[in-house]
Design a protein around this ligand. Structure first.
Ligand code: ADP
Length: 831
């Protein structure tokens, strides 16, 4: 109202201004005033009307323009506008609406809207319309249209009843795309739902703000927790089910991610308790979502039951551990060689250590390096074997014995190799190898082989020795028996008889020597040969030997000479003079034996400029010589017997073996220098431990007839063998006043008891009933004065010791040598 009156006032003012401009101011009389006023009013009014008309025309113009604009907007609006009758007829519609229905606007007027709706949804539209006409609020419905060319079009209708309640004004919007998206989302959600339902992966969704967790069905399926489906779980529920040993670590790791807005991924492996109380190994992963303020609001995760995988891993670990322990326990050197990488890619400890000791890094080892270490004799076949494997012609393994250079030696090893991996073409690319140290085994085999050969050899030698021995014993026996028989020839006397006796004597000596050698070698081999080290005069020994052999040399017309290179006072050393004598005697005897013309010289020199100095003995002859290849063998026992061309010289082939053993016992060495046909020189050494002051040598000149005893003796000869007893009888006559004889131990004890004045008893050991040891012991029970000398069969083991223990003063070996016996008597009864 106010606005209206303001408009009128403004119009009146405008009209007044127009009138003033048309008619200038006039002073009229008052009488005319009223008339004038009226006229004025009329004029103003007219002008007002004119103005109004003008404005009206303008407004009309504007209204028209607006109507055109709205008509355009109405027609070209993106939504369809429909005016519908109560029955649903289209009374009016815009262009967009017509386009939506795919028809001309004129065609659609008075058509029922329902006929364009999908049959199934027509009732929806009917209900929508009914509701609009019943109320006055707007209503919405969504229906699919059924149009020939616009299949699948979905529209949303929003309608309101008109003011006169006769029409419905409806907006129709194309929602096809939205519908499609909605369907798509629905389908995706359904798919996801089904996937989550079907999967065995446990998926959880934790609303951090409200601390509630949702788990998919797999949670129940896998762990048996029904409550995670029925009720909501939360963080505490979850963490309580983590194994106590894992809990702290898991919780810390989990909340560190949750509380740190720069991180959103969490992952851990732990043991999770199931409803039945057992634990599953799980791999749990989560993803955190933050809000705009960076606060964690949600976490979605997936939990995978990896119990089986863990078990498999553990089994694998265990089997790896097992394989490793085996690999590192075995003494075999194991390796894996890769031909693509051209080097060794794995070694066990033994393999590593073996090569480490020769400063080679096993992990870098190439076959070409190994080939450098293989003995040339085994190299070609080693390379050939490996190449055969690489040729991939069906051969997949080999083994062979090789020698490998290790430190300064060649080591025997057994090499096993097999193809471990081949490529797709079947070509081997990896070889597994094992090297076994068989060095000791090889050496033992070698030793055994040698021992076997030696045993066979010695068996052969022994047979040959026995055959030879038989010959050696028979020959002198023939001499003895044959000439003893001849001695019986009636009337035999003089030179002939003497010759026969000499032959018998020599044959006896020869046989005794053989027996002596056999016993010596047996004692040496049994380790029972003893040393008896005393001060010995070397010069005197050399002279003894000379004196002993000079008759034989003369008889063979050989020149025999000796050289004593040290003065007498320096020629005393500590040694076993009996053994030195035996060695020298043997060498000189051989020289005489194997030399038919020329000379033999022997002696010794001081050898070696520095300490320890040695005495180097030599025996040089101009005999048959010894071929080079036999110069070592002659020092072996029985070897003489094995030499076919022994030229019928006597000998058991033991002399040099015994000499060698003696020399070695005395810390020396023995060798020979010789050439066949021109002669030999035998050498042996002894340590020179000279005694500066000459003392009485233990053994001086060769024994000679002695009679240095203080009185004639009464002796008892205890001997069961008459010949032996007789021999002693004869040999001892010169210093005896009375001889008693006993044949057994009993008789000896008795005789001794009955003759307390007996000076000397020569006691045989081997006797029937009571042996010599027992008899000596019994005699000592009542007589400590009498000298008892045991007669031992030559040097049988321990005879000497046993004799002394039994109470004998000394011993003499059988057959009793006259000079030795005299020496002993002089020892106990000398002046
Ligand atoms: P044998 O009792 O046979 O002499 P030895 O052991 O003393 O036994 O000697 C072994 C072998 O050595 C002899 O058979 C002989 O062939 C050879 N031999 C030893 N000494 C000489 C030597 N001086 N000259 C040549 N050959 C010798």
């Amino acid at each position: 109202m106010k606005k209206k009156s303001e408009n009128a006032a403004s119009l009146r003012q405008k009209a007044e201004e127009h009138l003033n401009k048309r008619k200038p101011n006039t002073n009229k009389m008052a009488s005319e005033t009223n008339t004038l006023k009226l006229i004025h009013e009329l004029e103003v009014h007219q002008i007002e009307l004119e103005l109004q008309n003008e404005e009206l025309l303008l407004a009309n113009q504007r209204a028209y323009e607006a109507s055109e604009k709205y008509k355009e907007l109405y027609d070209f609006a993106p939504s369809g506008y429909f005016t519908l009758s109560q029955e649903g007829k289209i009374l009016e519609l815009n262009l967009c609406g017509a386009r939506m229905l795919g028809k001309d606007r004129s065609f659609l007027i008075n058509k029922s809207f329902n006929q364009f709706i999908n049959e199934d949804s027509r009732s929806v539209f009917t209900t929508f319309l009914e509701e609009i006409f019943q109320g006055d609020s707007n209503n919405t419905c969504e229906v699919p249209l059924c149009l020939k060319d616009h299949t699948g079009l979905h529209v949303q209708l929003t309608g309101i009843v008109s003011e006169n309640k006769e029409q419905c004004l409806a907006t129709v919007t194309d929602i096809t795309e939205r519908k499609l998206n909605e369907e798509k989302i629905q389908r995706n959600e359904e798919r996801l739902r089904l996937a989550l339902k079907a999967t065995n992966d446990v998926v959880w969704d934790w609303d951090i703000v409200n601390d509630s967790q949702k788990w998919n069905e797999a949670g129940e399926k896998v762990f048996g927790w029904t409550e995670i489906i029925e009720n909501e779980a939360n963080a505490a529920w979850w963490i309580e089910r983590v194994h106590p040993d894992d809990r702290q670590r898991v919780e810390e790791g989990f909340f560190e991610v949750v509380n740190n807005n720069s991180r959103n991924k969490w992952q851990d492996e732990y043991r999770f308790r199931k409803a039945d109380g057992t634990y599953s190994d799980v791999l749990d992963r989560g993803y955190v979502t933050h809000n705009n303020q960076g606060k964690a609001i949600r976490m979605i995760g997936a939990m995978l039951d990896i119990t089986e995988r863990k078990k498999a891993e553990k089994a694998l670990q265990e089997s790896e551990l097992f394989a490793n322990s085996i690999a590192n326990t075995t003494p075999a050197l194991l390796y894996l060689y890769d031909f693509d990488q051209e080097k060794n890619i794995w070694s066990n400890e033994a393999h590593k250590n073996f090569f480490k000791e020769i400063n080679i890094n096993a992990s870098e080892l190439r076959y070409s390096d190994i080939y450098q270490l293989i003995h040339p004799d085994n190299l070609d076949s080693s390379v050939a074997h490996v190449n055969e494997l690489l040729d991939s012609n069906g051969v997949s393994r080999f083994n062979m014995e090789i020698r490998i250079k290790w430190k300064d030696n060649w080591k025997w090893m057994k090499h096993f190799v097999r193809v471990f991996k081949s490529n797709d073409d079947g070509k081997p690319v990896q070889l597994l190898g094992a090297l076994f140290d068989i060095d000791d085994q090889k050496k033992t085999e070698q030793d055994l082989l040698e021992a076997k050969e030696k045993a066979e050899e010695s068996d052969r030698l022994k047979s040959a020795f026995l055959a030879n021995m038989s010959h050696e014993i028979r020959t002198p026996m023939n001499g003895i028996l044959g000439f003893a028989d001849l001695l019986k020839t009636p009337g035999l006397a003089g030179e002939e008889q003497h010759k026969y006796i000499e032959i018998i004597e020599n044959s006896g000596i020869r046989m005794l020597n053989i027996i002596k050698d056999i016993i010596d070698i047996s004692k040496i081999e049994a380790g029972q040969m003893e040393l008896n080290v005393k001060k010995s005069d070397i010069n005197a020994q050399i002279r003894d030997i000379y004196n002993f052999f000079i008759p034989e040399a003369k008889s063979k017309q050989l020149k025999l000479s000796f050289v004593n290179s040290l003065p007498e006072e320096k020629a005393i050393i500590k040694t076993d003079f009996e053994k030195v004598y035996a060695i020298l005697a043997n060498l000189v005897k051989n020289a005489l034996k194997y030399t038919s013309t020329g000379s033999i010289e022997f002696g010794y020199n001081l050898a070696g400029e520095h300490q320890p100095v040695e005495l180097e003995f030599y025996v040089k002859d101009t005999g048959i010589g010894i071929p080079k290849e036999r110069q070592e063998a002659i020092f072996e026992r029985f070897i003489q017997a094995d030499i076919s061309d022994k030229m019928a010289h006597q000998g058991a082939g033991l002399g040099l073996a015994i000499s060698k053993a003696y020399v070695e016992m005395l810390d020396g060495k023995i060798w020979v220098e010789s050439s066949a046909g021109t002669g030999s020189t035998f050498y042996f050494t002894l340590p020179y431990n000279a005694e500066q002051v000459r003392e009485i040598a233990d053994r001086q000149d060769a024994p000679s007839e002695k009679n240095n005893i203080n009185r004639k003796l009464k002796i008892l000869i205890v001997e069961d063998d008459e010949v032996s007893a007789h021999l002693i009888d004869i040999n001892s006559r010169m210093f005896v006043r009375e001889i008693l004889k006993a044949r057994t131990g009993f008789e000896a004890v008795e005789t001794c008891r009955n003759n307390p004045d007996i000076d000397l008893i020569l006691m045989d050991i081997r006797m029937p009933e009571m042996n010599g040891y027992v008899a000596a012991t019994k005699i000592r029970e009542f007589n400590n004065e009498v000298i008892i000398i045991a007669q031992t069969a030559y040097g049988l083991s321990g005879d000497r010791e046993k004799a002394i223990i039994a109470g004998c003063n000394d011993y003499i070996s059988k057959p009793v040598n006259k000079n030795e016996l005299l020496d002993l008597i002089e020892k106990y009864f000398g002046k």
